[in-house]
Design a protein around this ligand. Structure first.
Ligand code: SF4
Length: 149
């Protein structure tokens, strides 16, 4: 099974990414899907789309979270094998965005799961999303180098 027994080093060179839409307006989702297409070629960084949490290393969260979505995000996070990472993509996942004062919105991604990288924008461009993934991989590379010393 992908993930189980795989170290951070393997993820550094081949992160499998799962997308979770917490209730986005679809703006962010379209950009995430575009970023994962061959046009933007994320496979040059080893990035592949994971079909489910058990195969994922990285969860990309889009949209503001209501109670139902927050529970599901937490469950997906718990089902993802460690080491695992989270990218909050777009203003809604980062802060609630334009839905901050909306009655069903209870939270933002980092109140539910630990977030490693924030990609701002409404929506962020595919280039920004790929840059966010690259930032995560750089961060991971830094940890690997310091732990090798
Ligand atoms: S950040 Fe903007 S584009 Fe993304 S889900 Fe929120 S409103 Fe839509």
């Amino acid at each position: 099974m992908r993930g189980a027994g795989m170290g951070a080093k393997a993820i550094r060179y081949s992160p499998w990414v799962m997308h979770f839409n917490a209730g986005a307006c679809n703006g962010c989702d379209i950009e995430v899907l575009a970023a994962l297409t061959p046009f933007f070629d994320p496979e040059r960084l080893g990035v592949k789309l994971a079909p489910n949490p058990r195969h994922a290393d990285v969860i990309i969260v889009t949209g503001a979270l209501n109670k139902k979505a927050a529970e599901r995000l937490r469950r997906l996070y718990d089902q993802t094998p460690s080491p695992k990472f989270v990218i909050a993509c777009g203003a809604c996942a980062i802060s609630g965005g334009v839905f901050t004062d909306s009655y069903p919105v209870i939270s933002r991604a980092d109140k539910v799961v630990p977030v490693d990288v924030y990609v701002p924008g409404c929506p962020p461009r595919p280039e920004a999303i790929i840059y966010g993934i690259k930032k995560l991989l750089d961060k991971l590379g830094g940890h690997l180098e310091s732990s090798a010393r």
